[in-house]
Design a protein around this ligand. Structure first.
Ligand SMILES: Cc1cc2nc3c(=O)[nH]c(=O)nc-3n(C[C@H](O)[C@H](O)[C@H](O)COP(=O)(O)OP(=O)(O)OC[C@H]3O[C@@H](n4cnc5c(N)ncnc54)[C@H](O)[C@@H]3O)c2cc1C
Ligand SMILES: NC(=O)c1ccc[n+]([C@@H]2O[C@H](COP(=O)([O-])OP(=O)(O)OC[C@H]3O[C@@H](n4cnc5c(N)ncnc54)[C@H](O)[C@@H]3O)[C@@H](O)[C@H]2O)c1
Length: 445
């Protein structure tokens, strides 16, 4: 028998944007349904399989802890966060969390299939899609389903540290996992299609990061694609590269990007449209082509970060409960941190991009070895670089490879968001001895 339930709002996926929005709408006295297909994913990707577990493992690896102990601590921490996230929503009298897979029947009805196979149909005034992204697999031949081939999710659940790990892809996941597994003691090789890492960064900064990673024992194979995987024994897997060269390891991590998760959602039954990249097409308020259906987070394309997903919630909140003035277009200076060792953080333009845009570019640059706090930390590696427009005083970009850069970049972003000139960062009185006082010198261009 068809069971129909109606809600004020229906959120598909327990991601960062969706869970925050669900809590907000419920707090306004409205009835909300949250549908999550995987009970091990309450709270979404970030806390269960991404940011939190990987940064915890990296933290423990760099602190010299053993792999098995770090994996156990990761499991305990994630379990606690998942439980807390679940109860944050499920304990609200206005929220119903469904353990179910959601699929659109049309623009108004969503069929949910519970784990026992039973189904219900839900309708709502507003429907929010927050289903995240899934691992993208390039066209690689051979034993791609071998138990020695991992993605980031399965890799961090392995109980045994691989002795030799081949990482395919030198993006965020590739470089962060290389740092982490190298610190745990694996022999790590990274396969990179370009002739250097971080092709979108200026060559000086990328070169410094590459040199630091290489000095720490990580090997890079440049100008190569992984083309074939062959299980050659119980312990060994062989990776054949585009040049014909081969590398043998006991584990392979495919770190080759993540694509919006739209499969199985039944979007073909709706008027929701996709972009050419396979993401859900949205307008500036994150509304799809179907009235009353919105998309937030990784599934709508663009940057794939937890904080951009959270910011998507702010855009929807502005439209639903405010004046609608905060839109996708008004989001500026999206910054990021790659948690290599030391971390690399960036906001704004590279020198090359700034020159191409016609700015009167000046650069500030200081090696971390010349900074007092580095000596206190006993960590002399790294390089900070600032890009400014000399004529107008505008901050154009900061490229911070060094200790605490993941915090410092927020300071520069705030200056950029509020049009604070670079001279203010240069002339600010900072306390001492801290990393941010490096800005006195960095911005003295
Ligand atoms: C290894 C790794 C490390 C990362 N590290 C960082 C980092 O350090 N910092 C950072 O900012 N970002 C990081 N990211 C990116 C970040 O995790 C994502 O951008 C973010 O979690 C995306 O959140 P979201 O709101 O789009 O949805 P998600 O959190 O992905 O949630 C989507 C949910 O929808 C569920 N779902 C999917 N389809 C259905 C369906 N049909 N029915 C019901 N439920 C469904 C899924 O099970 C999932 O729980 C990392 C990603 C990875 C993979
Ligand atoms: N610190 C963070 O914020 C953080 C950390 C991890 C992941 N993430 C998010 O997760 C997303 C996915 O990360 P990712 O590293 O998988 O994607 P990515 O897009 O950053 O990198 C994928 C890399 O794989 C390469 N590649 C593709 N096919 C290949 C092949 N056959 N052989 C060799 N290389 C190949 C690509 O050239 C690319 O450089 C990122 O976009 C990022 O937003 C963020």
């Amino acid at each position: 028998m068809l069971f129909l339930a109606h809600f004020d709002a229906l959120v598909i996926g327990f991601g960062k944007a969706g869970k925050t929005l669900a809590g907000d709408i419920a707090g306004r006295g409205k009835k909300v349904a949250v549908i999550e297909k995987d009970p091990t994913m309450y709270g979404g990707t970030c806390i269960n399989i991404a940011c939190i577990p990987t940064k915890l493992l990296s933290h423990d690896a760099l602190a010299g802890r053993d792999y098995a102990g770090a994996v156990s601590r990761k499991d305990e921490t994630v379990a606690k966060l998942r439980d807390k996230n679940y109860h944050n929503l499920a304990d609200s009298e206005n929220i119903t969390v469904y353990d179910a897979h959601a699929e659109f029947q049309n623009d108004r009805e969503v069929r949910i299939t519970m784990h026992d196979g039973s189904t219900e149909t839900l309708t709502a005034d507003q429907i929010f899609i927050n289903t995240g992204a899934e691992n993208a697999m390039p066209p690689v031949e051979g034993d791609v389903d071998s138990d020695k081939v991992h993605n980031s999710t399965t890799m961090i659940d392995e109980r045994e540290l691989p002795e030799r790990l081949v990482i395919v892809g030198g993006g965020y996941i590739g470089l962060e996992f290389a740092t982490m597994y190298n610190a745990f003691g694996s022999d790590v090789s990274v396969i990179v299609p370009d002739d250097r890492i971080l092709g979108r960064e200026d060559a000086d900064i990328a070169g410094e990061i590459q040199k630091t990673m290489t000095d720490s024992g990580i090997s890079f194979l440049f100008g190569e694609h992984a083309e074939r995987l062959d299980d050659v024994s119980e312990s060994d897997i062989k990776v054949t590269l585009s040049s014909g060269e081969t590398v043998t390891a006991d584990g392979v991590l495919m770190a080759t990007g993540r694509k919006p998760l739209v499969s199985g959602l039944g979007l073909e039954n709706t008027s929701v449209k996709l972009t050419d990249d396979g993401a859900i097409k949205v307008d500036d308020h994150l509304q799809t082509d179907a009235a009353g259906i919105w998309a937030l987070g990784d599934v709508k394309g663009g940057y794939q970060f937890t904080y951009t997903s959270l910011d998507d919630y702010r855009i929807v909140r502005s439209k639903m409960f405010g004046d609608g003035s905060y839109t996708y277009d008004s989001r500026t200076n999206v910054h990021y941190t790659m948690f290599v060792d030391p971390p690399y953080s960036r906001v704004g333009l590279t020198t090359k991009e700034a020159r191409d845009e016609g700015y009167d570019v000046a650069e500030g640059s200081i090696p971390m070895a010349g900074h007092p706090r580095s000596h206190v930390n006993g960590e002399l590696r790294g390089l900070f670089k600032a890009v400014v427009d000399k004529g107008s005083g505008k901050n154009l970009g900061a490229h911070l490879f060094g200790v605490n850069s993941e915090e410092l970049v927020n300071l520069v972003k705030m200056a950029m968001d509020h049009d604070i000139p670079y001279t203010a960062l240069r002339d600010q009185m900072y306390n001492h001895p801290v990393m941010s006082e490096a800005f006195n010198t960095l911005f003295d261009v």
